[in-house]
Design a protein around this ligand. Structure first.
Ligand code: PLP
Length: 391
């Protein structure tokens, strides 16, 4: 049976070039903090990888901190902000800059970090998005003031692919004197991105979304922006992230970053054309569907579709039987029967939110694969709708 993996926003396979580089690099065992030759070799290679990540993000290499991935990078920023918004005993400040702002459609690792701080008494605002998933800037203006310490807005949404105007948002946030973070895990390697030009203070990325290994990622911290370690211990990463260097993960991230930069333009064009092919085919063949996300400002690889009258999990399992792997929401949310918080936030009722499928495309997918998927979906939806009590 065919296997067509269309869940690249959940994770990507290693690219062949990354895999070969890793196999070659596997013997690099030295502790990058050691002063002898094996340590120096590891350190040199880690620094090369840092250069590659800096080049991909458009920032100096020294502003890149290696972490275990997107979740850790985001948590590092939130814990830094907690420290800044605390008095000397760790309690929330009663005045001054202590407000945190984020959106309702963030990835759970941001949402739950924000909710955790809220539960400890910190002031947190969750601002809404519009029907296309764009942050409502009027709402941001309403809550952004001299008490705001920090704003965190994801660059691209993992479920619907909507891309935010981060440069404009960062401009507003910086004008208000607050710190600006963007979770760019889904944007890096998919759309042009220059962290310095965006004007953000912090930016998060993850290797396994750009065809690198899992369990590794990076955090950009703009020079002079405050940052405190989440993991305390040795002096690695200038004391910002303790733990012996994950040589193989970091080298894989470096290679993936190099290739992502090289292929960015081609990736955008190719994914955009495949996405359009799938979207057009589904719109033609399946009546009454709704494409979720912004019509233009959307990741070129992400197509989120609601099929009213059919249940998302049932569609997913039927497609899986046909060898097609998709998602009903973020991977972290699947397994729960809760409707997607992102779809609810853009105003989809529970029925639409339960009946949505995310097709996320990636390297290696061909037009023939898309045509196979486009042919497989209509009969599945027809069958599920005919059995449904929802329509
Ligand atoms: C937008 C976004 N942020 C953060 C993460 C978490 O990244 P990681 O899996 O590297 O911890 C993900 C992964 O799904 C994501 O899509």
């Amino acid at each position: 049976m065919k296997e067509i993996y269309l869940d690249y926003n959940a994770t990507t396979p290693l690219r062949a070039e990354v895999r070969s580089a890793l196999i070659e690099d596997f013997p690099i065992y030295g502790n990058a903090s050691s002063m002898h030759a094996a340590g120096r070799e590891a350190k040199n290679r880690v620094e090369e990888a840092r250069n590659r990540v800096g080049e991909l993000l458009g920032v100096p290499a020294k502003t890149v901190i290696f972490t275990s991935g997107g979740s850790e990078s985001n948590n590092t920023v939130f814990s830094t902000m907690r420290r800044l918004a605390s008095d000397s005993r760790g309690a929330p400040l009663s005045q001054g800059r202590r407000g945190l702002i984020t959106t309702t459609i963030e990835h759970p690792c941001v949402l739950n970090s924000a909710k955790y701080l809220e539960s400890l008494g910190y002031q947190v605002n969750f601002i809404p998005v519009d029907k296309d998933g764009k942050l409502v800037t009027a709402e941001l203006k309403k809550v952004l003031n001299e008490e705001t310490l920090f704003v965190s807005v994801m660059m691209a949404n993992n479920e619907i692919g909507t891309v935010q105007d981060i440069k404009e948002i960062a401009g507003m946030v910086k004008a208000a004197g607050a710190w600006m973070h963007t979770d760019a895990v889904q944007a890096v390697g998919k759309i042009p991105l220059d962290a310095a030009d965006l004007g953000v203070d912090y930016l998060t990325m993850s290797a396994h979304k750009i065809y690198g290994p899992k369990g590794t990622g990076a955090l950009y911290v703009r020079e002079h922006a405050p940052a405190y370690p989440l993991i305390h211990g040795g002096h690695q990463e200038d004391g910002m992230r303790a733990g012996t260097y994950n040589n193989i993960g970091i080298l894989g991230l470096g290679k993936a970053a190099e290739l992502a930069k090289r292929d960015l333009e081609h990736y955008g064009r190719e994914m955009g054309a495949l996405r359009k092919r799938l979207k057009d085919a589904l719109e033609t063949a399946v009546p009454n569907i709704k494409i979720n996300g912004h019509p233009e400002d959307v990741l070129p690889n992400t197509l989120n579709v609601s099929f009213p009258g059919a249940e998302g999990e049932a569609i997913l399992l039927s497609l899986d039987l046909a060898g097609i792997e998709v998602s009903t929401g973020s991977a972290c949310a699947s397994g729960s029967l809760e409707p997607s918080h992102v779809l609810l936030a853009i105003g989809a009722g529970p029925e639409l939110a339960h009946g949505s499928i995310r097709f996320s495309l990636g390297l290696g997918i061909s037009e023939a694969d898309i045509d196979y998927v486009a042919a497989a979906v209509p009969p599945i939806i027809k069958r599920l709708r005919s059995m449904s009590t929802l329509v």
